[in-house]
Design a binder for this molecule. Structure first.
Ligand code: UN1
Length: 513
């Protein structure tokens, strides 16, 4: 790690040996247990974090609810200016933060930088948005009346994020929430607490420089029990949660029980359909990046390829050949394509998935293995695998957060491939590789892909921030990031104003006194 400048990066980001995991802006305090963050890259302890106790949490919520009272009164374009400054600071810290993401989470440095770039992009997007929080105007059915709608700030937004995008997912939520006049309380994954602290340090500095109150952006660290405090807290009108479907179901039920709002971005089981009209070279690049990028730990990772039987052997051979070129190793070394999995638990799930696939009758095309020896001391590096399987296999129906790619065959028309693609519980991302206009349009039509994201001639991962991000079915239905995703961070109010001197009732009701 020393040779890749991790020490300097940590210093620049304000990470010390022991860090306060609880913070309301620049005011940091924590009295919970100590959490240690180990790097999956080399197995070394990076730093320690003092977690958030229930009493600390209460202080955070007090600061947040108080900050909201004044923050919501700042005009939206001025709030946008704060987010613009956040974007500037992220530009200055792109290298350091990208390195920390790569070192603490294990994704390739290129992808670490890419993640920080997503943060910068969403800040730019949110700045523009801060002058475009538009509502509609309507024509009233009554004379001398005017109707319109406006969007007001919602309150405290609780953000629960996952280890695989330890910084970008926070920023999608925080940048939008801030221009909307909300304040944030963020619980990052226990597996990547230092990424959370680094982001908090950056934003806290911006708030301090602008003399804004503590509590606009708060950080808490801890396990699922802390998450429970958030989800049960009726002072939090919106919980935005990213993670497994299992976690999302618990969050959804808890928040629904108090009639709060949730924005859920949960599991995916993303497929690329490869038709006889596909460009094979493009297919291989899209599929391989989709399957092994972030070591298969993106929500959008390509898990299934649904290949027409007439070209199956050719595509399978091209993929096997491409997998032979993959360099697996230290993700900070830019010549490597694939870094480690996040931890032993993930390695275990990867092993079990391969075992289960074989038990169910799968044929291994590129065998998996846990790598050992020099450079692989952390025990988290695995060989990406390709498995010939059937969509009906139990293991294929599940999301395994690891680089295991299932090849599935279809015959006949593209409708058959679409049926296979849709026949899973998840509905996040999907793609078709084809130069056939009819196939492409059918895939995008009402009877096509049932996912929140449907692409033509690109893979399933690597969405841009400008579109709404999220998916259907067990993916949870939420939409984050671009388009009009901001609306969930605000409350809509319909206003009807009577500027006449009589009081006519709607629906023509007569009520004379
Ligand atoms: C996630 O895996 O939770 O589309 C987010 C992508 C990235 C975001 C993934 N822009 O792959």
């Amino acid at each position: 790690a020393t040779q890749f400048g991790i020490k300097a990066a940590l210093e620049q980001l304000g990470i010390s040996e022991l860090n306060e995991g609880t913070s309301t802006g620049t005011n940091s305090f924590s009295s919970g247990a100590i959490l240690e963050s180990y790097s999956p890259v080399d197995g070394q302890l990076i730093a320690k974090v003092k977690t958030t106790s229930a009493a600390d949490y209460e202080k955070v919520m007090q600061a947040a609810t108080e900050a909201f009272q004044s923050f919501r009164l700042i005009p939206a374009p001025q709030r946008g200016e704060i987010v613009r400054q956040l974007g500037e600071k992220l530009r200055q810290n792109k290298e350091a933060l990208g390195k920390l993401v790569s070192y603490e989470m294990g994704k390739s440095l290129q992808e670490g930088y890419g993640e920080v770039q997503e943060m910068i992009d969403i800040c730019d997007f949110a700045v523009g948005l801060s002058r475009q929080l538009h509502g509609l105007t309507m024509h009233s059915e009554r004379p001398n009346h005017r109707m319109y709608e406006q969007y007001h700030s919602l309150g405290v937004v609780g953000i629960i994020s996952a280890f695989n995008f330890p910084v970008a997912v926070w920023s999608w939520n925080a940048a939008l929430a801030l221009v909307c006049g909300d304040v944030c309380v963020w619980k990052p994954s226990e597996k990547t607490p230092l990424c959370g602290i680094a982001c908090q340090n950056i934003l806290a500095k911006v708030l301090e420089e602008n003399k804004l109150p503590e509590g606009i952006s708060c950080l808490i660290n801890g396990d699922y029990k802390l998450g429970e405090l958030l989800t049960k807290d009726s002072r939090i009108p919106l919980i935005s949660a990213t993670g497994s479907t299992r976690m999302g179901k618990i969050v959804a039920q808890t928040v629904a029980a108090r009639l709060g709002k949730t924005l859920l971005e949960l599991g995916g089981n993303n497929a690329i359909i490869v038709t006889p009209d596909a460009d094979i070279k493009m297919t291989v690049i899209g599929a391989v990046f989709g399957a092994v990028g972030t070591a298969g730990q993106r929500c959008t990772s390509t898990r299934r390829l649904i290949i027409h039987d007439s070209i199956y052997d050719k595509v399978a051979a091209a993929l096997v050949a491409a997998y032979q070129q993959l360099r697996i190793g230290n993700p900070l070394d830019e010549k490597n394509h694939v870094g480690p999995l996040i931890d032993f638990d993930a390695v275990d799930k990867y092993n079990k998935a391969l075992e289960k696939a074989v038990t169910e009758g799968a044929k291994i095309l590129v065998d998996g293995a846990v790598l050992s020896g020099s450079g692989y001391e952390s025990g988290c590096y695995v060989q990406p695998a390709i498995v010939e399987a059937d969509n009906a296999f139990e293991i294929v129906q599940q999301e395994t957060f690891a680089p295991v790619l299932y090849l599935l065959k279809y015959s006949g028309t593209v409708e058959n491939a679409i049926a296979i693609q849709n026949n899973v519980a998840q509905g996040l991302s999907s793609a078709i590789m084809t130069n056939n206009l009819r196939e492409a349009e059918l895939f995008l039509s009402a009877s096509g892909s049932d996912c929140g994201i449907a692409n033509v001639n690109i893979g399933t991962s690597g969405a841009e921030i400008g579109g709404a991000f999220g998916g259907e079915k067990e993916t949870g239905g939420g939409r984050e990031s671009g388009s009009d995703a901001w609306k969930v961070y605000m409350r809509r109010q319909t206003n009807t104003i009577n500027y006449g001197s009589t009081l006519p009732l709607a629906q023509g009701i007569k009520f004379d006194l």
